[in-house]
Design a protein. Structure first.
Lengths: 234, 220
């Protein structure tokens, strides 16, 4: 009876050890960042759906497509230059975030996009002159996009609606709309919203940083064989 | 189990084969013990099912489970220099100092410490972002311990060390894009989280505003 007793004891120890060993989780992962922001940042909203693709044009009339930005984190928001109240503050906030991101190596991994919802009045000149007063840097990774004069005037408003916005255009052509900063990951997935202007800028920067570190494009090395993986366990 | 033949024990012994009493009794006891053991093992396994399945997924990669590194793998012969970079954002008054570069074999664990000091007379709450350069090496640069993303409070005049434990995964050797890479840079940037976040942090950690200047030993 010695052999079965010992075997049973060894099996019991192994089972107990397996049950008691805590599952390890990678520290400082994107999931941790999301959870942390979910707990602390009341204006943070987790999203997980493909971002609506679009092809618009920049102030020089050059086409600009969202799909071409795969591999970069995209920070997207909608404003119009004639907006008297929240839009300038929103642009200031994006300028602040761009400055924070651009002092880090994330500079080449993030694209900031502002889309006008009033393409009729936001002419290329207006788009060009908008950057400087709001601390936005058009020479690096920020661009102000429009649908251009040849497409219907509500093209970008319809695009904004795909990102959850609603527009009320008043008689004096003012647009009443929500203030949201959208974040799209390197795979074109719409992953977060930061609502309003009350969010803490470092929280958006940290979230962008979590994305840039989580989705690093690389060629997968040859995976080790199943036998070598099992052997490495011992 | 008592196997003493002199003691009464054959409650279930067969009536017609007294010569086989001992052997049959032993067999039955063995069977009963084995069955009891089996039942206990099954109960144990039912509790162990979840961790065992997780272990199975980690070993095989079944179900897309990420391979989580708990410790550095066996070092390889290829060596790589790791440099450290320390920056502070505009408006962040901390003095932030990077450790000296180190050279390690792939898979070998390294431990360094960044140093930050708050030279001002007010407490400052900071948070750091990090990046690995070249970016493609980031996937092979494993930090077992680091201070990224976590809020860090430095009291007036306080200096603090921030250790980083890391290793470079030998799997980097299999990536054709990183064949010639001999140097990897780990870059940290500290940002000031601002007054509102500081107040919130103090409130949630039980640090009173009145104590801030006197209580320089307070730790986050």
């Amino acid at each position: 009876m010695k052999f079965p007793t010992r075997l049973f004891a060894a099996a019991s120890v192994a089972i107990v050890a397996t049950v008691l060993v805590p599952a390890t989780a990678p520290a400082h992962s994107l999931k941790d960042v999301q959870q942390d922001l979910f707990d602390k940042e009341q204006y943070f909203q987790v999203k997980n759906e493909p971002a609506a693709d679009f092809t618009l044009q920049d102030a020089d009339g050059e086409p600009f497509r969202l799909k071409d930005l795969r591999g970069k984190v995209v920070v997207l928001h909608f404003i119009y230059a004639g907006c008297p109240d929240v839009c300038p503050l929103h642009a200031d906030r994006i300028g602040e975030i761009q400055e924070m991101v651009n002092i880090t190596p994330m500079k080449d991994r993030v694209q900031f996009i502002t889309v006008t919802t009033d393409p009729k009045r936001d002419t290329p000149e207006v788009l060009r002159d908008y950057a400087e007063p709001h601390g936005l840097d058009p020479t690096t990774n920020w661009v102000f996009l429009t649908s251009g004069p040849d497409r219907p005037g509500d093209t970008t408003r319809k695009l904004a609606e795909k990102f959850g916005h609603k527009f009320i255009v008043t008689d004096d052509e003012l647009q009443i709309h929500s203030v949201v900063t959208h974040v799209i990951d390197q795979n074109g997935q719409w992953v977060a919203n930061f609502h309003g202007l009350g969010f803490e800028p470092t929280n958006l920067v940290v979230f962008i940083n979590g994305l840039t570190n989580a989705n690093v494009p690389h060629k997968e090395p040859e995976p080790p064989s199943l036998w070598s993986r099992i052997r490495s366990m011992f | 189990m008592n196997l003493d033949k002199n003691k009464p024990k054959r409650l279930l012994a067969p009536l017609f084969r007294p010569d086989r009493l001992d052997a049959t009794g032993k067999r039955k006891r063995r069977t009963a013990a084995a069955l009891a053991g089996l039942a206990l093992a099954m109960v144990g396994l039912s509790f162990a099912a979840v961790p065992l399945y997780r272990l199975f997924c980690q070993v095989t990669g079944y179900g897309g489970t990420t391979q989580v590194a708990e410790a550095a793998p066996t070092p390889s012969e290829r060596r790589v220099a790791v440099r450290f970079d320390a920056n502070v954002a505009a408006g962040m008054p901390w003095a932030f100092e990077a450790p000296k570069p180190v050279e390690l074999a792939l898979g070998e664990s390294g431990l360094v410490a960044y140093k930050a000091r708050n030279p001002t007379s007010r407490p400052i709450l900071g948070t750091a972002t990090y990046n690995v350069v070249p970016a493609k090496a980031g996937v092979y640069f494993n930090k077992v311990q680091c201070f990224c993303f976590t809020e860090q409070l430095l009291m007036p005049g306080e200096e603090k060390e921030f250790p980083v434990t890391f290793f470079v995964d030998p799997a980097i050797e299999g990536d054709p894009d990183l064949k010639g890479v001999t140097t990897i840079t780990l870059s940290y940037t500290f940002f000031d989280k601002g007054t509102d976040a500081l107040k919130q942090y103090m409130a949630s950690n039980g640090i009173k505003a009145a104590n801030l200047k006197d209580d320089s030993d307070a730790q986050p």
